[in-house]
Write a protein that binds this ligand. Structure first.
Ligand code: NAP
Length: 483
C-alpha cells in the first residue's frame, strides 16, 4: 500500500472536512507498473454527492462576492504549495498512472503554471464600464461566477487536467465538486491535502467526490444547483453529458478526444521533426489527447524519416517509471493495452510494415507495450480512424499539400495537429486549412497555461488556458444605469 504524508486521509472532502462516506464501500487503486493494489478509496453514494453540491451552494457568494485579491491569494497559495511539494505529488502520480517519475513531477510544475497564470491575470475579470453611452445610459459589464461547477477529469494527466479547471473556477469565484478518474484518485487527494493545510479557501469552495461515474454524473447533470460542468475525457462520455444536461441547458466546457495529424513535408528538418515526434508521441506512454495519431510523411522522405524514427525508438527504455531512467512506462490498464495491440494487428493484417517494435505475437510483460513504428498506413485501418492512446507510430504517405490537408481533416476530431516545413507560407496555409484548435509549426509541443487550448468539431467546446480559459467560469452580466 502507498504511504505518503499527503495521503493520511483517504476519503472524500466535503464542506471543508475529510468525510467518511455514508455507506463505507471502497474501490481499489492499482499501480499499473506492478499490477498491485496500492490504495482503497471510497465509493461514495448519491447522498454524499448531494452533500458536496449543497456544500458548494453554501459557499457561493453572489451579493457579497469574494474580492479579487482574496481569490488571487487562493491561486498563489495553491501554486506555491504545489511547487513546494512537486516531488511527493509527482511520486504519487507516477505510482498510480505509471508515467516516468521526472515526467510526473514535470506535470506538477505544469499544473502550478495554471494557478500562476490565473493569479497574474485575474484582474481581467474585474467589472468595466464601456466608453460609449448608448441610450443615455452608463453601461457596466460584470463577470459573475456561473455557480457551483462539476469538474470531471481523466486519468492521463491526474494533476494537469484539474489545474486547468480549478484555477479558472476559483478565479471566477465558483465553488466546485470535483470527480477524479477512478484509476487516479490519489493525486487528487494529495492536492486536497495541500489545499486543506496550506490555503484559506473557504469551506465548501472545493469538494472532492469519488466513486461510480454513473452515480456522480447523474447528480451533477440533474441537480439544478450545478449550472455548469467542465469535463475532460472521451468524446463518447462528452456526448452523453450534452444529452443529460440538455433539459436544464447547463453551461458545458468539454475537452474531448483527438486524432492528431503530424505532417512532415520534404523540405522539413527531418532530425528536428523526428525528435519532436518522439517527445510528442511517447509522452505519458502515448496516452495524451495531443499525441500524434496519424503521421503523414511526404513520399520523397518517408523511408529516411522512418529510419530516423526507428533509430530513436530502438534507444528508448521501457519500465517502471519510479526507477529513474525510463523513457516509457506501462499503459494504464488491460483495456488500454489490448486496444493498442488490436490497432497494431489490424494495421499489419491490412498491409502495413513493422519498422520498429515487436510483432503482436511477441508481446509480453504486463502492461508494458514497446515503442512501435509501422509504415504504409491507410484510412481503412483502425489506427487511422481511432485514437490509439498508446506508443504506436503509424506512418502514411502523401504527395501534395491539398491532399494532406484533406487527409488531416479526415476525422471527426479537431484537437491538436502539427506541420513540419521550412516554407512559412505553406505552414500558414496548412494551419489555416486544418480544422484543429492547436496547430504546431515545427514543434510537437502541446498546451501551455499562457495560451488557449481546446478542440474544434467532436473534440470539444470551449478553451482552457490563456485569457479565454480564465473566462470559462464566468457569465457576463450587463448593467445599464439610467440615472
Ligand atoms: P473517460 O472514460 O471519458 O473518463 C473521463 C472521466 O469521466 C472519468 O473521471 C470518468 O470516471 C468520468 N465519467 C465516465 N462516465 C461518466 C458519466 N456518465 N458521467 C460523468 N462522468 C463520467 O475518458 P478517459 O479514458 O479517462 O480519458 C481518455 C480520453 O480523454 C481520451 O479520449 C483523451 O483524448 C481525452 N482527453 C482529452 C483532453 C483534452 O484536453 N481535450 C485531455 C486529456 C484527455 P471513471 O474514471 O470513474 O470512469
Amino acid at each position: 500500500m502507498i504511504k505518503s504524508p499527503l495521503l493520511e486521509k483517504m476519503t472524500g472532502y466535503i464542506g471543508g472536512r475529510w468525510t467518511d462516506n455514508a455507506e463505507g464501500n471502497t474501490f481499489d487503486v492499482y499501480n499499473p507498473a506492478t499490477g498491485k493494489v496500492i490504495a482503497q478509496v471510497p465509493l461514495m453514494p448519491e447522498q454524499d454527492i448531494l452533500a458536496a453540491v449543497a456544500a458548494g451552494k453554501s459557499a457561493l457568494k453572489l451579493t457579497s462576492p469574494y474580492p479579487i485579491e482574496t481569490r488571487r491569494k487562493w491561486l498563489e497559495d495553491i501554486r506555491d504549495t504545489l511547487k513546494a511539494n512537486r516531488e511527493e505529488v509527482g511520486r504519487i502520480l507516477c505510482m498510480e498512472h505509471g508515467k516516468p517519475l521526472q515526467e510526473a513531477q514535470g506535470e506538477v510544475d505544469y499544473a502550478a503554471g495554471f494557478f500562476d497564470y490565473c493569479s497574474k491575470h485575474i484582474q481581467a475579470l474585474d467589472a468595466h464600464t464601456i466608453p460609449e453611452k448608448p441610450k443615455d445610459c452608463t453601461w457596466t459589464v460584470h463577470y459573475r461566477p456561473v455557480g457551483v461547477a462539476g469538474l470531471i477529469t481523466p486519468w492521463n494527466f491526474p494533476i494537469g487536467m484539474i489545474a486547468k479547471k480549478l484555477s479558472a473556477a476559483l478565479a471566477a469565484g465558483c465553488p466546485s465538486v470535483i470527480k477524479p478518474a477512478s484509476e487516479t484518485p490519489l493525486t487528487m487527494i494529495a492536492l486536497f491535502s495541500l489545499m486543506d493545510k496550506h490555503t484559506d479557501i473557504p469551506d465548501g469552495m472545493v469538494n472532492l467526490v469519488m466513486g461510480k461515474a454513473s452515480v456522480i454524473g447523474k447528480v451533477l447533470c440533474q441537480s439544478p444547483d450545478v449550472p455548469m460542468l467542465s469535463f475532460t475525457g472521451s468524446t463518447e462520455v462528452g456526448r452523453k453529458l450534452i444529452i443529460d444536461t440538455a433539459e436544464q441547458v447547463k453551461k458545458l466546457a468539454l475537452e474531448l478526444g483527438g486524432n492528431a495529424p503530424f505532417i512532415v513535408f520534404d523540405d522539413a528538418d527531418l532530425d528536428a521533426a523526428a525528435d519532436n515526434l518522439i517527445a510528442n508521441k511517447f509522452r505519458g506512454g502515448g496516452q495524451t489527447c495531443v499525441c500524434a495519431n496519424r503521421i503523414f510523411v511526404h513520399e520523397k522522405v518517408a523511408d529516411v524519416f522512418g529510419q530516423k524514427l526507428a533509430e530513436r525508438v530502438n534507444r528508448m527504455t521501457v519500465g517502471d517509471g519510479i526507477n529513474g531512467d525510463v523513457d516509457l512506462g506501462p499503459l494504464i490498464n488491460q483495456a488500454g493495452f489490448d486496444k493498442v495491440k488490436r490497432h497494431l494487428e489490424d494495421a499489419l493484417e491490412k498491409g502495413a510494415k513493422l519498422v520498429a517494435g515487436k510483432e503482436p505475437g511477441e508481446l509480453s510483460g504486463g502492461l508494458f507495450f514497446p515503442p512501435t513504428v509501422v509504415h504504409g498506413v491507410n484510412r481503412d485501418m483502425l489506427c487511422y480512424q481511432e485514437e490509439t492512446f498508446g506508443p504506436l507510430v503509424p506512418m502514411a504517405l502523401f504527395r501534395t499539400e491539398e491532399e494532406v490537408i484533406e487527409a488531416g481533416n479526415d476525422t471527426e476530431f479537431g484537437l491538436a495537429s502539427y506541420v513540419f516545413t521550412a516554407d512559412a507560407e505553406r505552414a500558414q496555409r496548412v494551419a489555416a486549412g486544418l480544422r484543429f484548435g492547436h496547430c504546431g509549426w515545427n514543434t510537437g509541443t502541446g498546451p501551455t497555461p499562457e495560451a488557449p487550448f481546446g478542440g474544434m468539431k467532436a473534440s470539444g467546446i470551449g478553451r482552457e488556458g490563456g485569457l479565454e480559459g480564465l473566462f470559462e467560469f464566468v457569465e457576463a452580466q450587463t448593467v445599464p444605469r439610467g440615472f
